[in-house]
Write a protein that binds this ligand. Structure first.
Ligand code: PDD
Length: 288
């Protein structure tokens, strides 16, 4: 009986999309050729995790979406509440309980011109199964490569223009690694799709939330948790030397949560992960 229920639940789940006021099949071809997201990468996005059917840090993500929109003079076509109701309806339709919700706002559909057109932006969304993080991956930690941060100077905007991030991730994968750690003139900024933290002598360091990084929602939660645990946090710039001399290194993102780093280029981190493990377990408590 139990097996039958499980089978039914799985068979009812389906990944779905939403484009311009309607739910669509995830594979439906809905983006018009003149869409500025497609033509220019002119848009912004957010990724929100759903745990056991519950949206995690929804308000924080929508507030950041609003901040990104304001930074590029884009008007989000729906209110915060309306976005919440679309996402909730989508989650019900999809039946997926462990989901990743991607929301994108692009500057609409117009004849090609570089400057901003007058007219409505386009809201789109996908709801997919969350990528599973194996428990062993978190025990082992990930391998990383150090690369030049070749992105633009407004990385605080969550822009859909991800080509430099894609190239950095590709270089990491090509090197047999999971993530790239980026630096600008020797100053460690963040990962290709995550934030970077190091621990040295019991102090947690991470790049300050300037225009040079995306101020991750996971990053902010981890800083909050560290403060609650009496772990001293320094949001200051640190260099590659300090990175490689660190006692512990970890990365954070919506999809990776808190992930220890095992290797940076050829350097292995073999020490105890006292603070990383503490923060992993505190973060897990937020999710249950
Ligand atoms: N990555 N920095 C960059 C460049 C990112 O793309 C992301 C998110 C982060 C972490 O932000 P947050 O904790 O809010 O997810 C930092 C995507 C969304 C991801 O892989 O989850």
């Amino acid at each position: 009986m139990k097996r039958l229920i499980l089978y039914e639940e799985v068979s009812l789940m389906k990944e779905i999309g939403f484009y311009q006021d309607r739910f669509v099949d995830i594979n439906e071809k809905v983006v018009p050729i003149q869409e500025r997201g497609h033509q220019f990468g002119d848009g912004i996005y957010e990724v929100i995790r759903v745990y056991n059917g519950e949206l995690f840090t929804f308000d924080e993500h929508i507030d950041r979406l609003q901040m990104s929109a304001e930074a590029i003079d884009l008007e989000i076509p729906y209110s915060h509440e309306k976005i919440h109701s679309i996402v909730t309806e989508g989650l019900e339709l999809s039946g997926i309980k462990e989901a990743e919700v991607y929301i994108q706002i692009t500057r609409g559909i117009f004849n090609r011109q570089h400057h901003y057109p007058d007219g409505p932006a386009v809201f789109s969304m996908t709801i997919r199964h969350a990528r599973k993080i194996e428990a062993t991956a978190r025990d082992k930690g990930i391998d990383t490569v150090v690369l030049d941060d070749e992105r633009w100077l407004n990385c605080y905007i969550k822009s859909i223009n991800l080509l430099p991030n894609v190239m950095a991730k590709q270089a990491a994968v090509k090197a047999g690694c999971t993530e790239a750690i980026l630096h600008r003139d020797g100053i460690v900024t963040e990962g290709s799709s995550s934030n970077v933290f190091i621990v040295k002598k019991g102090i947690l360091y991470t790049h300050p939330a300037t225009k040079r990084i995306l101020n991750g929602i996971t990053r902010q939660k981890v800083i909050e948790l560290a403060n609650q645990q009496g772990i001293y946090v320094e949001e200051i710039q640190f260099d590659l030397h300090m990175l490689l001399e660190a006692d512990e290194v970890f990365m954070t993102s919506t999809s990776m949560e808190v992930m220890p780093v095992k290797k940076i280029d050829n350097i292995e981190f073999t020490g105890e992960r006292e603070i990383t493990n503490k923060l992993i377990s505190e973060f897990q408590k937020l999710l249950s």
